[in-house]
Design a protein around this ligand. Sequence first.
Ligand SMILES: NC(=O)c1ccc[n+]([C@@H]2O[C@H](COP(=O)([O-])OP(=O)(O)OC[C@H]3O[C@@H](n4cnc5c(N)ncnc54)[C@H](OP(=O)(O)O)[C@@H]3O)[C@@H](O)[C@H]2O)c1
Length: 225
Amino acid sequence: MKKFEGKVLVVGATGRTGLWVVRRLQHYGIEVRAFARKADKLAEFRNLEVSLGKIQNTSALRSAVSGCNAIICTIGASELIGEASPVQVDGDGIIRLVDIARENDVKKFILVSSIAVTKPFHPLNLFGGVLSQKLRSENHLRSIYGKDGFTYTVIRPGGLKDGEPFKYQLQTGKGDTISGVIDRADVAELAVLSLWTKRVENETFEVIRTSPAEQKSLEIYLEKI
Ligand SMILES: NC(=O)c1ccc[n+]([C@@H]2O[C@H](COP(=O)([O-])OP(=O)(O)OC[C@H]3O[C@@H](n4cnc5c(N)ncnc54)[C@H](OP(=O)(O)O)[C@@H]3O)[C@@H](O)[C@H]2O)c1
């Protein structure tokens, strides 16, 4: 039996974490639809359903979420101003996506955010107030999901690295007190596991890597939240 029945929309699918999310969903045999500005970065995938659009475009988002049972959102800003800026992507964009997902009956929303979102004076926030924008959209998600059969999980990773999955032990935390780094591949695996791990329903947690050690599964870390 599949671990998760239904279709998962990956928003930010062409990003470095998003690509790993698509890979891990396909590994588990879960139906995927990728939301992307351009399809060319998804060329490695066979039989992948792609829904083209920008996070600014309400009608593109409506058609992307239609018929999906869950969303994994790994979208993030890459420029200070314009359509890939913190305010338009991490703030307004994710808030728009949350509202449209809820209106269209998408029951589960997994958001990849960041450690230090509760620390406005953290140096990372110098990049267009990105941490404050992420906290704004996190708060919106928590206020809209988490009731009436709609669930959320907010994953706040440390600084992102590009290693292979399952190579490190992990440490989780709550209350935004830990700092460190983690591989995007492991963040993606945790996001996918969050689809069916009851323990992290309606939870917000931070996660970093600790010692190098081959991991069979990352499920134990979610069960400890
Ligand atoms: N960098 C870090 O150390 C760090 C630490 C903690 C958390 N995070 C957060 O973790 C998440 C994943 O990070 P990452 O480094 O894997 O991300 P990334 O590689 O920069 O990918 C960002 C994704 O967002 C998409 N995007 C940007 N603007 C868009 C728009 N207007 N419409 C639609 N899609 C748009 C990009 O699409 P294109 O491919 O078309 O550009 C890409 O798919 C982000 O939220 C990031 O802020 C990062």
